[in-house]
Design a protein around this ligand. Structure first.
Ligand code: PLP
Length: 435
């Protein structure tokens, strides 16, 4: 197994840096410790190809949207047909009506929907809806959960170590970037996830001020981390009791763990939910779905590109493919192969790892054998440096994993052969790094 030559990527990165800030369009285009990111030319199915002509099996999935693989035929056809009819009509269309109707049919909480272009915007809209509906201001969010890059959303998403997070009972509110207004955190309460008792205490003390609790139903940005049995149902009961809006951020889980999202998978229906990424097969679209009385609380959904005609066409085509039940069964089978293979390799090479699949998302953590309960536990127990090393090494052997740790995206286009090749690469890395 030879390491790939990526000199072309290196040269193009050096040139791009002269014009584009840091040479990347998103800070996650470059993984931790990588000298330069790959410069890609194209993607098809489960593979992407760089400027040096190298082929990579890809588990980044365009950061989540490419559930149908790269350049999916069904979506391409719909998009090309829409290009001929106009990309941005800024009007109600037959397709828009079809999509809105379809979402209300497949998403359990969706009595009404509205659209934005990104998860960031859609979550901001959900915050505003919750505040308008309840007349209250505060939002509870959980440590390590990312809901977008806006000031109020980007709080306590990262930490260098557990100490930085402060007291478990009253966590610090960590800012992640310069220029972020500190006062936006005044209305945000941060808590550790998966801890119903602590949440209950805080909610009972401050229910009169809390508009919403926002959570990812599976905590995807750190680990990822699965909800404890009954955690989501407990969250549902508690928020209903305290008259607080429960928002599920399904930007990652939406369409990936089931057609109706994690709320369908776990059988817990929130008041509002936000979808983006995989909703439109690689085109920018986000949807907010929820109870009619909250969705119609008098908050206009502004945005020039909201429900852009191409994104709507792409979304209808994507959902059309996903409506075949076989799709999720096959994704689960592939996930099972990956998980089984990684666990066996971990045993063989004495590398402790936790690997599990939920729908099309595989979880991979090193340094521990059982999963973790929250971000603190993850920071304390997981071997993050080894994960980063694994990602860097895999890339050199033609397998691309995300720099956002531990989240491995499968697509409908991955094959048994892809998984088997990936496991060979993992074995090679384990053999080389075993001490
Ligand atoms: N919510 C979650 C859970 C995410 O993972 C992300 C992005 O990665 C967002 C929200 C923000 O979505 P977007 O990047 O479309 O603004």
């Amino acid at each position: 197994m030879e390491k790939l030559n990526t000199e072309g990527s290196k040269a193009l990165f050096a040139k791009t840096k002269m014009y584009l800030v840091e040479g990347v369009a998103s800070s996650f285009h470059k993984a931790a410790g990588e000298e330069y990111p790959l410069c890609l030319e194209r993607g098809k199915g489960s593979k992407v190809y760089d400027v040096d002509g190298n082929e990579y099996i890809d588990y980044i999935g365009g950061f989540g949207p490419m559930l149908l693989g790269y350049s999916p035929e069904a979506v391409n056809r719909a998009v090309v047909a829409q290009v001929e009819r106009g990309s941005q009509l800024s009007a109600t269309t037959v397709s828009l009506c079809q999509l809105a109707k379809k979402l209300t049919e497949i998403i359990p909480c969706a009595e009404r929907v509205s659209f934005q272009n990104s998860g960031t915007e859609a979550n901001m809209h959900a915050f505003r809806l919750a505040r308008a509906y309840t007349g209250k201001k505060k939002i509870i969010k959980f440590e390590g959960q990312y809901h977008g890059w806006a000031d109020e959303e980007k709080i306590s998403i990262d930490a260098a170590n557990v100490k930085e997070l402060g007291e478990r009972q009253a966590p610090a509110r960590l800012f992640t970037t310069r220029g972020q207004r500190r006062e936006t955190a005044d209305d945000i309460i941060v808590l550790p996830w998966n801890d119903l008792e602590l949440l209950e205490r805080v909610m009972e003390q401050q229910a009169g001020e809390i508009a919403a609790v926002i959570t990812e139903p599976i905590m995807c940005d750190s680990g990822p981390i699965l909800p404890k049995p009954e955690y989501l149902a407990g969250l549902r009961d508690l928020t209903s009791r305290c008259r607080v809006v429960l928002i599920f951020d399904e930007v990652i889980t939406g369409f990936r763990v089931a057609l109706g999202g994690a709320q369908q998978y776990y059988g817990v229906t929130p008041d509002l939910a936000v979808f983006a990424k995989a909703i439109a097969g690689g085109y920018p679209l986000a949807a907010i779905a929820g109870k009619r009385e909250i969705m119609e609380a008098g908050v206009p959904a502004a945005g020039t590109f909201n429900a852009n005609a191409i994104a709507v066409a792409a979304s209808l085509a994507t959902i059309g493919v996903l409506e075949d039940e076989q799709v999720y069964r096959r994704l689960e089978q592939l996930g099972g192969l990956f998980v089984q293979g990684m666990r066996m390799l971990g045993e063989t090479y004495g590398i402790p790892l936790f690997c599990q699949a939920v729908g099309s998302i595989c979880i991979l953590m090193f340094g521990l054998k059982n999963g973790v309960d929250d971000f603190r536990h993850y920071l304390a127990a997981a071997d993050i440096d080894y994960y980063d090393l694994f990602v860097r090494e895999a890339r050199q052997y033609g397998v691309r994993f995300t720099a956002r740790r531990g989240r491995i995206y499968l697509s409908t286009e991955h094959s048994e052969a892809d998984i088997s090749r990936t496991l060979q690469v993992a074995e090679r890395i384990f053999a080389e790094t075993k001490n």
